[in-house]
Design a protein around this ligand. Structure first.
Ligand code: 0GY
Length: 307
């Protein structure tokens, strides 16, 4: 048995989330969440930048049912490096209710890629957030993108808004659907009309293969979770950004809880309240259905959509 010591100051996920007041459309997908370990069963990677608490598949599936989601997309967390066993184990145990997004290196074989596919993996994640990962050469990433394109997978990219100009040429050369995590992490203090956010919108507008997760208000917010003016105003500084993206690109947006919320420093969100935030960014039933059902189903379960 190996034991792990959590990173000092680590915040554990919220134990008893409230029941959302917002009723999710039938068949909703939590399209961004993770599993951590359990560390004694699925050890964390030696090269990790943080050591989390455990967050098992059973706990994830219990949250899914409690919040009213039908399915999950489990994104490989950086604390597991390119060892996808915990994520794959969760996908396999889900009975078809979970798909996965993996981290792979260029030495992965075609047979191993096929194994991931059979387990439910439909994408790879390229991470450019420097506090989370060491640098991987772009030629290696492009080679991986070319290989996974043949499987019909997509690339998920995670980066900070200030880095978009430098990464633009690489991102716009990717041969697959490209899904941006958390709207490219805008600095919300700069406002929805900032040059930085305008560049992100241009990225989506000019490249119809680019999608965005409009998730993680708890990560991007400066005003925080408190309802400042009565009810329903949690994360109010993030809402205009996410709503803008949902309204401009309704067929290319996804939403996820980001449970178990790695690396938050100030507070741990009540996942029930996070679900209530959806109404503020997707105000009509049609936008909600696209965001939560139609779009993730098209990307992750296309065989069920085509009928
Ligand atoms: C997220 C965000 C973070 C972490 C990871 O894989 C990860 O470790 O994605 C973060 O620290 O911003 O989407 O979960």
């Amino acid at each position: 048995m190996t034991s792990f010591t959590k990173t000092p100051g680590w915040l554990d996920w919220y134990a008893n989330p409230s029941k959302p007041r917002f009723k999710l459309p039938v068949g909703s997908v939590d399209a961004h969440c993770h599993v951590f370990g359990p560390g004694d069963e699925f050890p964390f990677a030696p090269e990790r930048k943080y050591t989390p608490c455990d967050a098992s598949k059973a706990q994830l599936f219990a949250l899914r049912d409690h919040l009213g989601f039908a399915r999950n997309v489990i994104v490989q967390a950086t604390c597991h490096g390119a060892d996808n066993r915990a994520m794959v184990d969760a996908c396999k145990a889900s009975g078809g209710k979970a798909r996965g997004v993996a981290t792979v290196r260029r030495d992965i074989s075609d047979a191993q890629l096929q194994e991931l596919h059979d387990a439910g993996v439909r994408g790879v994640r390229f991470n450019f957030v420097k506090r989370l990962v060491d640098f991987t050469p772009k030629d290696e990433l492009m080679e991986i993108a070319g290989r996974i394109a043949k499987l019909g997978w997509h690339v998920v990219i995670y980066f900070e808004a200030v880095d978009l100009p430098e990464l633009w040429d690489f991102f716009t050369s990717l041969p697959t659907t490209v899904v941006v995590d958390h709207m490219g992490r805008p600095d919300v203090t700069k406002g929805v009309n900032s040059e930085e956010f305008a560049l992100f919108l241009k990225f989506m507008r000019e490249h119809p293969n680019v999608w965005s997760k409009v998730s993680c208000p708890e990560r991007l917010s400066v005003t925080g979770p408190e309802a400042l003016n009565g009810e329903q105003n949690a994360y109010q500084d993030v809402a205009p950004f996410a709503r803008h993206v949902v309204e401009q690109f309704p067929d290319r947006v996804l939403w996820g809880t980001d449970w178990p919320h790695p690396n938050l420093k100030n507070h741990m969100p009540d996942d029930g309240l996070l679900v209530d935030f959806i109404e503020h960014i997707a105000p009509t039933p049609e936008l909600q259905r696209k965001l939560l059902v139609d779009n993730p189903m098209r990307l992750y379960w296309p065989e069920e959509v085509r009928g």
